[in-house]
Design a protein. Structure first.
Length: 259
């Protein structure tokens, strides 16, 4: 399985510089985590695409910087707010297409709301995102995220049942643990719908460790996914605070090469 790294590992370094770091470490695939609306402009994404192509690096996926407003601006009840903000997501999906990434990662709505918003409303809005992504040749994918609706495996099952072939999932190990699950409970249930993986390790020192620093069974994960016919990619996604990120990513890359 091809293992890459997310530019988010180097946050708050500027996105294009973070891409350079990922490339310099020898990764041949990556995820772009956008951090500002100006980064969605063609002149910016085109330059990043050229840089990646020049080094033979595949950009697999992209993550909207606006995930923090999805709950109220995309999945909320106020129609005018949705109308005003949906173009931002269309811009994200276009940026994905320019980068050559066919996966856009969505966090979605919070699990606990001030008002009880029906699940049907959420699914209707998600379908809209899927449609807008399809126009650009991009798969809009639900990530499992703690404190969001998608933290619940039962919710993910219902979402799968309702959306059918339009349901695709990004699986994040640390988010599964933070949501109270054995990650393999989710993997075994959703393995046929997972199209992208976010990798991190866990153990006594924490739940978001660089791969190779904890006890997570990556071989079991890869064997399970490959047994299900998985042909997607995987990116390391850790947070820079507390780590010498470049050194840790280099060690993680070596760990996976030996696995």
């Amino acid at each position: 399985m091809k293992i890459g790294a997310s530019t988010s590992c180097f946050y708050p370094l500027e996105t294009e510089k973070a891409l350079d770091r990922v490339i310099d470490l020898g990764f041949k695939s990556c995820e772009i985590f956008f951090n500002s609306s100006s980064e969605l402009e063609d002149r910016f994404t085109t330059e990043m695409k050229k840089r990646a192509d020049s080094e033979g690096v595949d950009i697999l996926s992209a993550h909207p910087f606006s995930s923090f407003i999805e709950n109220t601006c995309i999945f909320g009840e106020y129609q005018r707010r949705y109308d005003d903000f949906i173009d931002l997501y269309k811009r994200h999906f276009h940026a994905c297409a320019v980068l050559g990434a066919d996966i856009a990662v969505i966090h979605g709505g919070l699990a606990v709301q001030k008002r009880d918003i029906p699940e049907e409303h959420y699914l209707e809005r998600f379908r809209k995102l899927v449609e807008f992504g399809r126009v650009e040749g991009v798969r809009v994918c639900q990530e499992n995220v703690v404190r969001f609706r998608s933290q619940s495996l039962d919710f993910l099952k219902r979402m799968r049942n309702e959306l059918g072939d339009d349901f695709n999932m990004v699986f994040d190990i640390k988010q599964a643990i933070r949501s109270g699950y054995d990650p393999f409970e989710i993997v075994e249930e959703m393995k046929n719908e997972i199209v992208h993986l976010h990798l991190s390790d866990n153990g006594e020192d924490g739940d978001c460790l660089p791969p190779g620093r904890g006890t997570f069974d990556f071989k079991r994960l890869f064997d399970t996914m490959e047994g299900a016919g998985y042909n997607g990619g995987a990116v390391i996604e850790i947070y820079s605070k507390g780590f010498d990120v470049a050194d840790e990513l280099a060690q993680s890359r070596s760990f996976f090469e030996k696995l």
